[in-house]
Design a protein around this ligand. Structure first.
Ligand SMILES: NC(=O)c1ccc[n+]([C@@H]2O[C@H](COP(=O)([O-])OP(=O)(O)OC[C@H]3O[C@@H](n4cnc5c(N)ncnc54)[C@H](O)[C@@H]3O)[C@@H](O)[C@H]2O)c1
Length: 326
């Protein structure tokens, strides 16, 4: 029997796909999640505990009850705009709750963790594609909480022998609709679900800025299929188990698509036309965010298998049609 992995936030978008992939590989799974988005998540193949990781005693009781071998830490608040309005909530839920987790791990001799970081730690690009040594400059409290956690991981590794991999995701996208898994954020601010919902509901889709310094004037992003992100977690876990040193890895494909290219591709995939309008730029949006992903490819042996744009859109479209938006 394979080992037991604890997934914090494992009922969320990326955590649930990773949990499913781990399950198919024979891992035992314990998920702790507040079910913040009121999502329905009770698969037969995982133990799901509805709780906040900052709740006193909860992690101790989980570590005492289950033979946890490693932790994948997805739990956190993720909406950039909300983080500007409520930085207190973000620092508590992301940074303070992570300290609770790391301290509980120390107390129970669990020393392996894969952390969900983000390209938001880099902020506005100084150059693209962005590699792992690109200067830091998070522009939102959200990005700052993730960078703070990376520093904490570094210090805990140095002082206490913690072993970690921090995966800096670019834009997670796509779904696994045949398993009832997909994106379920509330509020939803990610462009692919928003544009597919506009197509489905025959509503106008608003492009936020078409005067960027890009070929068609709209923002360019690096979209990674959520199953490829899940696969990277498994590779990172195996890497740490082989004795690989703690490290950070960008998780992107290295290819960027503009919002207009997304719209064009989505219309083709869905076989429907989308009406669009243009509004002004959203503060803090960089013109281009594209990963230099050579490190994750060479060190972890990661190769995206599902991140073709049409596959991302087709799987997300199938999910949106089954799932009623909140
Ligand atoms: N979605 C992306 O494109 C993206 C990009 C970069 C980084 N990330 C990071 O990846 C992680 C997962 O993102 P996601 O898109 O799956 O988000 P998500 O909101 O779908 O999942 C996060 C889950 O964590 C849970 N949660 C939040 N705080 C908790 C707490 N204190 N205790 C227990 N559970 C808690 C929520 O209920 C939710 O189910 C996050 O840490 C996010 O910052 C996501």
């Amino acid at each position: 029997m394979k080992k037991t992995v604890l997934l914090t936030g494992g009922a969320g978008y990326i955590g649930s796909h990773t949990a499913y992939l781990l399950h198919t590989l024979g891992y035992q799974l314990v998920i702790v999640d507040t079910l913040h988005h009121h999502q329905v998540f009770s698969p037969a193949w995982a133990t799901v505990i509805k709780a906040d990781i900052a709740q006193p005693g909860i992690l101790a009781s989980i570590f005492q009850q289950y033979p946890i071998h490693a932790v994948m830490h997805f739990a956190g608040f993720i909406e950039v705009g909300e983080s500007v309005k409520y930085p207190d909530q973000f620092y508590h839920n992301n940074v303070v709750a992570t300290l609770h987790l790391l301290d509980a791990m120390r107390q129970h001799d669990v020393n392996t963790i894969i952390f969900s970081s983000t390209c938001a730690v880099y902020g506005t690009p100084v150059y693209v594609p962005m590699d792992e040594v690109h200067p830091f400059g998070p522009v939102s409290p959200y990005g700052k909480t993730k960078l703070a956690i990376e520093y904490i991981l570094q210090d805990y590794a140095q002082a206490f022998g913690l072993r970690y991999a921090a995966l800096r995701y670019f834009n997670a996208a796509g779904a696994l609709p045949q398993q009832g898994l997909g994106e379920w954020h509330n509020p939803e601010t990610h462009v692919i679900p928003l544009l597919l919902r506009a197509i489905q509901q025959q509503k106008t889709f608003t492009i936020l800025g078409d005067d960027y310094d890009t070929p068609d004037g709209t923002c360019i992003r690096d979209y990674v299929h959520v199953l490829d992100i899940a696969q990277a977690h498994i590779l990172a876990l195996e890497y740490l188990e082989r004795g690989g040193p703690s490290d950070v890895f960008n998780l992107g494909t290295g290819t960027g698509y503009s919002v207009r290219e997304l719209i064009e591709a989505a219309q083709n995939v869905c076989g429907r036309t989308l009406i669009t309008t243009v509004a002004s730029r959203r503060p803090g949006d960089a013109p281009v965010l594209v990963a230099d992903a050579h490190k994750v490819q060479s060190v972890l042996g990661w190769q995206p298998q599902h991140s073709d744009l049409n596959n991302i859109l087709a799987t997300a479209w199938a999910w949106e049609q089954r799932h009623l938006p909140l």
